[in-house]
Design a protein around this ligand. Structure first.
Ligand code: ZN
Length: 80
């Protein structure tokens, strides 16, 4: 049997976690920070793309959802 390695061809653009490096926590009030981790379609960007660690990705997802609920960040990009 051949063991499959789960290495991805896509490399993260930012290698280390943004929040670990800057020693900050994701906050729903800091929209400028949160918008870095949102795709064009306003979806929460996957971890392998942004390079955020598991701990901070969980907090990030929660704070993005919180910001959406408070109408600080749109749920979807504008539909024509
Ligand atoms: Zn982190």
């Amino acid at each position: 049997m051949i063991k499959r390695s789960f290495s991805r061809t896509k490399r993260p653009l930012i290698k280390k976690c943004f929040f670990c490096q800057s020693k900050t926590q994701p906050d729903y009030k800091e929209i400028d920070n949160l918008s870095k981790f949102i795709t064009e379609r306003k979806k929460i960007a996957p971890r392998e793309y942004t390079g955020v660690c598991a701990k901070h990705q969980r907090k990030l997802a929660k704070s993005i959802k919180r910001a959406r609920h408070l109408a600080l960040i749109p749920f979807v990009s504008q539909i024509h």
